[in-house]
Ligand binder design. Sequence first.
Ligand code: SF4
Ligand code: SF4
Length: 479
Amino acid sequence: MIQSFIHTSENNNLYIYDDQYRLSILVHPEFEKAYEKSKDTDPYYLKKYAYLREHGFFAKPKLADFVKLEESTVRENIINTKQIVFEVTDSCNLSCTYCGFGKFYEGFDERNGRKINTRYAINLLKYIFDLKPKNKHNRLIISFYGGEALLNMNFIKRIVEVANQLNSEKEMELEYSMTTNATLIHKYIDFLAANNFRLLISLDGNKENHSYRVFNKNNKNSFHKVIENIDLIQKDYPEYFSSHVNFNAVLHNRNSVKEIYEFICMRYNKIPRIAELDMRNVKLESKDNLERMFQSKRKSEIEFQKEESDLSRITHGYSSLYRDLTDFLKYLSINYYVSNINALLHIVEKYLPTSTCTPFSKKMFLTNRNKLLPCEKINYKYSIGKVNEKIEIEIQEVTRQYNFYYEHLKKFCQTCYAYKFCGACLFQIKNIDNVNTKEFVCDRFQDQKAFKNKLHRIFSFLEKYPNDFFQIFENVIFE
Ligand code: SF4
Ligand code: SF4
């Protein structure tokens, strides 16, 4: 049950958190005594506590309320989808030790060098373009994903050709993007730069940091080839490099947040995204291996930030705590109403359980086996459509399936303090296939104690960096 409570920060400041009003209020220690009904409390704070109670604070615990997913939402999502992602091929010329499609994981279709069906992919493109209204302000991203997407360049070229043709009528802002290991980029950079592809290059830091990313033909570190190719883009296409190329690093036991930033920021003047090793869908027999390789991003960031170097200051806005503070201000504080004025006017806020995106609201992912998924980050068994000569999306069935999960998860979300924004995707919750059994529990559930700890971290961070509030407010909330 959700209730107002008082939490602390590292500086021993006290704050009320009230879920209903989305308010956090700094309070005097005497106020806490009134809240705890201590006998020797200063009468001023007893009055203050009584006043807040009268005005709805510290009201009876309540259950969070949820709505159901409507078929009309799924229909609108398909029309308004922002991104189409193609799994161009499942082949890759590297075999990175920790690859999510590699020996340690399960939950994806067999990798046997299969390329995507071009005709079916074009069918999907035409289907989406037909649904889109003509509008210069509409934006659609078309992305290519692998394996190594550059191993199927014919497909990429054909899709770009068809999409540009289709778009001549719709006049949308069309953008292409790709994640790549960069080992083949010297062959195709002219085409990619000419079509303004946004490139996300996988690079784990310096040579030693990058040593899990090896060629599958000889098991050698791909570092030199990757660096040679990145340097080539930087030299031959300096403007394109500066505006369209970014980096993605995986954190593990051969690198650290510090080393990744030091190498990539110093050499390329870019701040990479850093991701932890994925600990979901790990084969039982591989768990120990992966746990040995795992390194916590939060811990590695804390080590790095202790140095208070210029680099740690530059990368401050990319840290996990900064992101947690942003989410807090955006979804759980009163600032939420600045960007969601409707919620303020209509008073009743409507939530679906979990933070899962509704089907196709973010993107459509077409696999090389013709399955449609809401994104590439979830187990392929959660496919919610198919593409062949036709586009097969059973909207009624998809809606029913999501509502089935929601209905069962609701029991947990109703009493979870993070229900307004927990960040959890239902397809990534442990044991979700048993959601309708008595044994199931949401592994991300936050009771009052867990939520207090989270607020303790966030408020300690905010007290240390008070200017972040204004920066987040201007750049994220008031955008
Ligand atoms: S991980 Fe889940 S919430 Fe995130 S985009 Fe994919 S389906 Fe949506
Ligand atoms: S963490 Fe789990 S229980 Fe809490 S809101 Fe998210 S899905 Fe629901």
